[in-house]
Design a protein around this ligand. Structure first.
Ligand SMILES: NC(=O)c1ccc[n+]([C@@H]2O[C@H](COP(=O)([O-])OP(=O)(O)OC[C@H]3O[C@@H](n4cnc5c(N)ncnc54)[C@H](OP(=O)(O)O)[C@@H]3O)[C@@H](O)[C@H]2O)c1
Length: 243
C-alpha cells in the first residue's frame, strides 16, 4: 500500500465523487488531508466522512480566495506536499445552443479555477523544493465529444496546464500530472441517459463505467513516491474506452 504518512494534502472539490474518493484514498495512505467545496457545512461533512483533518469553503473561481486558502493550509501545517485540483463542472450543449454564460462558467471553473489552484500550490511548494500536483483532465479533452465542445475545450486546457507547469516547475522539484477519466459514475454523469451509459459500457474493453475510487487510486499513485520520475503526463483512467 502507498505510504503518504507525514504528507500534507489539499483536494479541491472534495465534497463528492472523485474528489471525495481521492481525499479518502490519501487519508487512508496516512496523509493529513484538507478538502474544500463551495459550501462550508458540506465540506465539513465530507471531511468527516473521508477521514480528512478539515473541510473548508472555497470557490475556485475566486483567485484571491484560492491563494489565501492554500497559503493558510501551508502555514498551519508547516508545508504543503500534495495538491489535487479536482473541482470542476460539466454542462452539455450542442454548438448552436451554447450560451455565453455556459462558456464563462465552464472556463472560469475548470480552466481558471485549475490555474489559480496550481499557481497557489506552486508558490506554497516552492520553498521546500518538493511537491506533487494532479489536475483533472478528461478523455473528451484529448479526443473531443459531440455536445461537449465547451467542456472538452476546458479539459484540453487543463491537460496543457499540467504539461506546461511540469516543464516550468520540474527544476523546483515539483511534479505536475493530469488524470483523464473516462465515464465515471458520479453526480457529474448522473444525467447521462441510460442508453448512453449502456453504449459507453459496450465500447469499454473493461466492460463497466468507472468508479470514483478507480480515479482516486490513479491520483494516489501520481502523488506518491512511486511516481517520482513521472511528470507532465496525462494518465487515462477509462477502462480502455478510447483505445
Ligand atoms: N465523472 C466523470 O465521468 C469525469 C470524467 C472526466 C473528468 N472528470 C472531472 O473530474 C472532476 C471531478 O468530477 P466528479 O465527477 O467527481 O464531479 P462531481 O461529483 O460533480 O463533483 C464536483 C466537485 O467539484 C466541486 N466544485 C464544483 N464547482 C466548484 C467551484 N466553483 N469551486 C469549488 N468547488 C467546486 C463540487 O463541490 P460543491 O458542489 O460541494 O461545491 C464537487 O465537490 C471534475 O473536474 C470533472 O470535470 C469527471
Amino acid at each position: 500500500m502507498t505510504d503518504l504518512s507525514g504528507r500534507v494534502a489539499l483536494v479541491t472539490g472534495g465534497t463528492r465523487g472523485i474528489g471525495l474518493a481521492t481525499a479518502k484514498a490519501l487519508a487512508e495512505a496516512g496523509a493529513t488531508v484538507v478538502l474544500t467545496g463551495r459550501d462550508e457545512s458540506r465540506a465539513k461533512e465530507a471531511a468527516a466522512a473521508a477521514g480528512a483533518s478539515a473541510g473548508l469553503a472555497l470557490d475556485v473561481t475566486d483567485a484571491k480566495a484560492v491563494s489565501t486558502l492554500v497559503r493558510g493550509v501551508a502555514k498551519e501545517h508547516g508545508k504543503l506536499d500534495i495538491v489535487v485540483a479536482n473541482a470542476g463542472i460539466m454542462e452539455d450543449a450542442l454548438l448552436g445552443m451554447i450560451k455565453e454564460d455556459l462558456v464563462d462558467t465552464t472556463l472560469s471553473t475548470n480552466v481558471a479555477g485549475t490555474l489559480h489552484t496550481v499557481q497557489a500550490a506552486a508558490r506554497a511548494m516552492m520553498r521546500k523544493k518538493t511537491g506533487a500536483i494532479v489536475v483533472l483532465a478528461s478523455i473528451v479533452g484529448e479526443y473531443g465529444s459531440a455536445g461537449q465542445t465547451v467542456y472538452a475545450a476546458s479539459k484540453a486546457a487543463v491537460a496543457n496546464i499540467a504539461r506546461s507547469a511540469a516543464k516550468e516547475l520540474g527544476r523546483s522539484g515539483i511534479r505536475v500530472n493530469a488524470v483523464a477519466p473516462g465515464v465515471i459514475d458520479t453526480d457529474l454523469t448522473a444525467g447521462l441517459a441510460e442508453d448512453a451509459k449502456a453504449d459507453n459500457i459496450a465500447r469499454t474493453p473493461l466492460g463497466r463505467l468507472g468508479a470514483a475510487e478507480d480515479v482516486a487510486k490513479a491520483i494516489r499513485f501520481l502523488v506518491s513516491d512511486e511516481a517520482s520520475f513521472v511528470t507532465g503526463q496525462v494518465l487515462g483512467v477509462d477502462g480502455g474506452l478510447v483505445l
